[in-house]
Design a protein around this ligand. Structure first.
Ligand SMILES: [Zn+2]
Length: 321
């Protein structure tokens, strides 16, 4: 049996495994934690915050924001401490993959389902299961395995209140050109700029840049523009959108000239600007084609999609003619 077959056989044994004992929330659902969460998230829904208004609502009293579901069972800072070794089957699985060179980890997507609203006094319990592990996949980050985990949440009566499924990729980081050994007798390869990760929610935007186009995400319901790309409209919460081409005319709203620390692959001093696009949204980019000291607030600039190395195109801005 090859080393890879051996590893995959061991991985298979984790599928369907419950991560550890059922977790029980340290605190019952309570108004103080709801209020702190709403403050942090900027959510002012009176059903979460105002007892009188909540009483008059369909809920008949304060309820917790459904997306707080996992917050009730999180274990605090202690969760991040692995110095005493793996704490559950999930961490044992991650350690196994790390030992085989799959040292990288990135979260890729999550699905959440809320069965009912939680109310003050409810006590949340969570059972976490390793739901599936993919075949080895080649990705832009490197080859690796997608691990899907499912958390089933119940209340004090063992009735379902919701589920969260999430996937992470445990991967062998791809060899970066800057880490490559110099060719015999040749100079080491020139370091390249950092690559933005491309995923479900932003890949389309980068593909447009590759074609030489700057698209701005536009809500199909209310028309609000947004950038950088994200799944939901901040104004009306619609997930329907289109990509509207930008003419690329803009004005420098604010900027910095970065000098230190120098990151390999970038030329310094490096002007980084927040640009007000004529269409009505902003984008962060570099201003090129002038001296860094000539960049100023209110400067008119024009989009120029350019190669910054042999592969990567970026939407940069030049002083407008
Ligand atoms: Zn909208």
């Amino acid at each position: 049996m090859s080393a890879k077959e051996e590893l995959e056989k061991r991985l298979k044994a984790y599928v369907g495994k419950v991560q550890g004992p059922v977790e029980i929330a340290q605190d019952a659902v309570n108004e103080a934690m709801i209020r702190h969460w709403c403050e942090a998230m900027g959510d002012r829904n009176p059903a979460y915050l105002d007892p009188e208004a909540a009483k008059r609502s369909v809920h008949g009293g304060i309820v917790a924001p459904p997306v707080m579901l996992q917050a009730w069972i999180l274990g605090g800072l202690e969760m991040a401490d692995t110095s005493a070794g793996p704490k559950n089957e999930q961490q044992v699985l991650h350690k196994l993959l790390s030992e085989h060179g799959y040292t990288g980890v990135v979260a890729t997507n999550t699905d959440q389902e809320y069965t009912r609203y939680l109310r003050p006094g409810d006590r949340v319990k969570a059972k976490t299961t390793i739901a599936s592990i993919s075949e080895e996949k080649a990705t832009g980050l490197g080859t690796g395995y997608f691990i899907e985990t499912r958390i089933d949440f119940t209340d004090q009566h063992d009735a379902a209140v919701g589920t969260i499924s999430f996937r992470v990729l445990k991967f062998k980081p791809a060899q970066q050109p800057q880490a490559a050994a110099p060719a015999a007798g040749g100079a080491p390869p020139k370091p390249r700029r950092l690559r933005a990760p491309r995923a479900h929610d932003n890949g389309w935007w980068w593909e447009a840049v590759d074609r030489g186009e700057l698209l701005i995400q536009k809500c199909s319901e209310c028309g609000t523009l947004r950038h950088p790309p994200r799944p939901m409209c901040g104004s009306c919460q619609s997930t329907a959108w289109t990509g509207a081409p930008s003419k690329g005319r803009g004005t420098v709203y604010s900027f910095v000239v970065m000098r230190h620390p120098p990151i390999p692959g970038y030329d310094y001093p490096l002007p980084i600007a927040v640009i007000d696009l004529e269409e009505g949204t902003r984008i962060v980019s570099n201003v090129v084609g002038c001296k860094p000291e000539d960049v100023h607030i209110g400067m008119r600039v024009q989009l120029s999609i350019e190669n910054v190395d042999e592969e990567l195109k970026l939407p940069l801005f030049r002083p407008a003619a």
